[in-house]
Design a protein around this ligand. Sequence first.
Ligand SMILES: O=C(O)c1ccccc1N[C@@H]1O[C@H](COP(=O)(O)O)[C@@H](O)[C@H]1O
Length: 214
Amino acid sequence: MTQDIRIKMCGLTQPADVAAAAAAGADYVGFVFFGRSPRNISLRDAAMLSQTTPAAITRVALVVDATDAELDALVQAVPLDMLQLHGTEAPARAAQIRARCGLPVMKAVGIAEAGDLAQIDAYAGAVDQLLIDAKPPKGAARPGGNALAFDWSLIAGRDWALPWMLAGGLTPDNAAEAVQRTGARQLDVSSGIESAPGVKDADLMRAFVRAARG
Ligand SMILES: O=C(O)c1ccccc1N[C@@H]1O[C@H](COP(=O)(O)O)[C@@H](O)[C@H]1O
């Protein structure tokens, strides 16, 4: 039964993206604050997008090794429900950010081989959710949003103490298989619902939700 799969659509940059994500049935929307991303947006644009997001949808800000000053400016300017830490934040730093910002925190963990799973348990008690993503290739311009899937057999049948989402290279074509093979109950998608880097596509959003929920 996949009807209850929760879906995060990340890297939204336009009011039409938020409307399309809501219409498609997204549970979370994500706004990217990372200068080298084609999905990077200003605090001002994020505040506007956030204000147009329906109340039932969780608004997530994606940051990468943000400083305290950057985080303070972010939470002051943009109404948010959650922070996604997509850098090298250690458990202690993640816990500090959660306390400082007063928001639930989701920590992204990059997976390429079985050994990468070892770091996950250390985040219990420090964060609220985990994002199990593909590890970026060496030399990648950004730590995520690379349309790259990892070997799902590495996490098949695994569960963690915290709620978790699967990310990395998800598309309408592989979402159902991802759910079936990993047991994920939450999916996070960005590149897979785009017609070009940073350009979201409403048809792909609908197709993704249909495929993920069956
Ligand atoms: O989307 C980005 O540009 C990005 C930049 C910096 C860190 C993470 C980023 N994206 C996140 O990566 C995962 C997987 O994305 P994809 O579906 O493979 O494109 C997802 O959480 C994105 O939000």
